[in-house]
Design a protein around this ligand. Structure first.
Ligand code: GAP
Length: 446
């Protein structure tokens, strides 16, 4: 069951993101570049928080994981060996009337969704972007912008094994940009041509792969719910045989119920020994593991949890978006928009708000801002805001998901205490300034 709140209007999210500085269209002043987006001052905080929450859980939180940051540009043979040059394709059709292009496998009827026109026969279109290394634009200098980060891990397998002396099972995690020349894009930041992936290649002994596939699917699901995503708006969908990527024996997708329906936010694939064997035979390098128990060299199997950063950001934004009635100072009610983001993800952790711009309040307010900001324990932005009425400032902080506001009023000048206001309950409590940082830290849980 999916409740009605899941069906929030995507236009409202897009408009909030633009209005508050989360996400802007790329190159907007030139009319924009199709399906490429820029993260603004709040967006970059949110996105960084998503990535560091993932790294903290998947790398720091485990003792069977190491990290990697491989380059985007790789030797072109990487993509020949991996099968991407031949198989990383989508079926492209074109409308004979309006010349709009579509992915044939995304169409339910055999005609143009735009004008109803007749479509051409499908032809396979490779999604990898090409560029050139060096000053000569010739076939010999072609390299690709990586369409996934995984291959950087496979080609470094021997380096990682010898430098870390890991035993199976162990994983390598990586976060980075990927590029795909998608035929059809859309859903705001859901399907774009430049995006980021948080990816793990988890190496296991052959025969233990199916158990680890199940375990990782559960682990990944827990990561989203642990950061507040509603369980009923998430589901796990197993791929049918015809959907499987060229390297996969089995894949489970974690899907979120987006305003337009269920959509993949993460895949967990059983890549078998496909990639290590392919790179081994293409490069001639030995990419095996010596199993001390059996005295044999084996090619490990790989379980690959692969999550889109941008899709995670969109999921957290949509899931947190709430509209509700809130009391006003004059005894009435008004509609407030609240982003009920988990404190770990919130772009601004604490807002410091003097009751008004009255100059008597300013020195103490600035001092409180300095104390909290410089404490070094809040682990995120501490924002000072004295523009407009206090009510409007609370609404603004609610709309960007700030979990806690601290208000300095005239009484504060007498009693050296301030008010903490909680975003979701709007409950207020008075706290001595001397205890403020500890109290904020406790409430944020960061
Ligand atoms: N290495 C495996 C791999 O790349 P994938 O399912 O093609 O698997 C992984 O991509 C994740 O990357 C997806 O689950 C999705 O979250 C994200 N993703 C894929 N294509 C995307 C696109 N065009 N725009 C934004 N995110 C995308």
């Amino acid at each position: 069951m999916v409740d009605s709140v899941a069906l929030v209007d995507l236009d409202k999210i897009v408009s909030l993101c633009k209005r508050r500085g989360f996400i802007f269209q790329s190159s907007e002043i030139y009319g924009g570049l199709g399906s490429v987006w820029d993260y603004g001052p709040l967006g970059v905080e949110l996105k960084n928080n998503v990535k560091s929450a993932w790294w903290r859980t998947m790398v720091w939180g485990r003792d069977d994981m190491v990290g990697l940051d491989a380059a985007i540009l790789m030797h072109p043979n990487v993509w020949r060996a991996s099968g991407h040059v031949e198989s990383f394709t989508d079926p492209l059709v074109e409308c004979k009337d309006c010349h709009q292009r579509w992915r044939a496998d995304h169409l339910t009827e055999g005609k143009c969704p735009e004008c109803g026109g007749e479509l051409t026969e499908p032809r396979m279109f490779n999604l990898m972007f090409k560029t050139f290394v060096g000053p000569v634009e010739e076939e010999a200098a072609v390299v690709y912008l990586r369409p996934e980060t995984a291959q950087g891990i496979f080609v470094n397998f021997a380096n990682i094994l010898t430098t870390t002396r890991r035993k199976l099972p162990f994983g390598v995690a990586q976060i980075g940009k990927a590029f795909r020349n998608e035929i059809t894009t859309g859903g705001f930041i859901f399907r774009t041509r430049e995006f980021e992936i948080m990816e793990i290649e988890f190496f296991v002994k052959p025969g233990e792969d199916e158990r680890w596939h199940e375990l990782w699917t559960e682990e990944c699901l827990k990561w989203y719910t642990g950061l507040g995503v509603s369980r009923e708006r998430l589901r796990v969908r197993r791929h049918e045989a015809r959907e499987l990527a060229h390297y996969s024996k089995a894949t489970c997708d974690i899907e979120y119920h987006f305003p337009w329906g269920w959509g993949e936010i993460q895949g967990i694939a059983n890549r078998t020994d496909y990639d290590l064997k392919a790179h081994s035979s293409y490069s001639g390098a030995a990419l095996t593991y010596f199993d001390e128990d059996t005295g044999q060299h084996v090619t490990p199997y790989v379980i690959e949890p692969s999550a889109g950063v941008d899709r995670a950001v969109l999921t957290f934004l949509i899931d947190a978006y709430t509209e509700e009635e809130a009391p006003t100072a004059t005894g009435g009610t008004e509609r407030r928009v609240v982003l009920k983001l988990h404190p770990v993800l919130a772009p601004v952790k604490v807002a410091i708000l003097p009751l008004s711009r009255n100059e008597k309040l300013l020195p103490l307010s600035r001092e409180v801002h300095d104390i909290v900001r410089r404490s070094g324990v809040i682990n995120g932005l501490v924002q000072y805001d004295d523009a407009q009425s206090i009510g409007r400032r609370y609404r603004r902080q609610d709309e960007i998901g700030t979990p806690l506001c601290v208000t300095i009023d005239f009484e504060s000048l007498e009693d050296n205490a301030v008010t903490i206001r909680e975003r979701d309950s709007m409950a207020q409590v008075r706290v001595p300034i001397a205890d403020l940082v500890g109290e904020l830290q406790r409430r944020l849980g960061v």
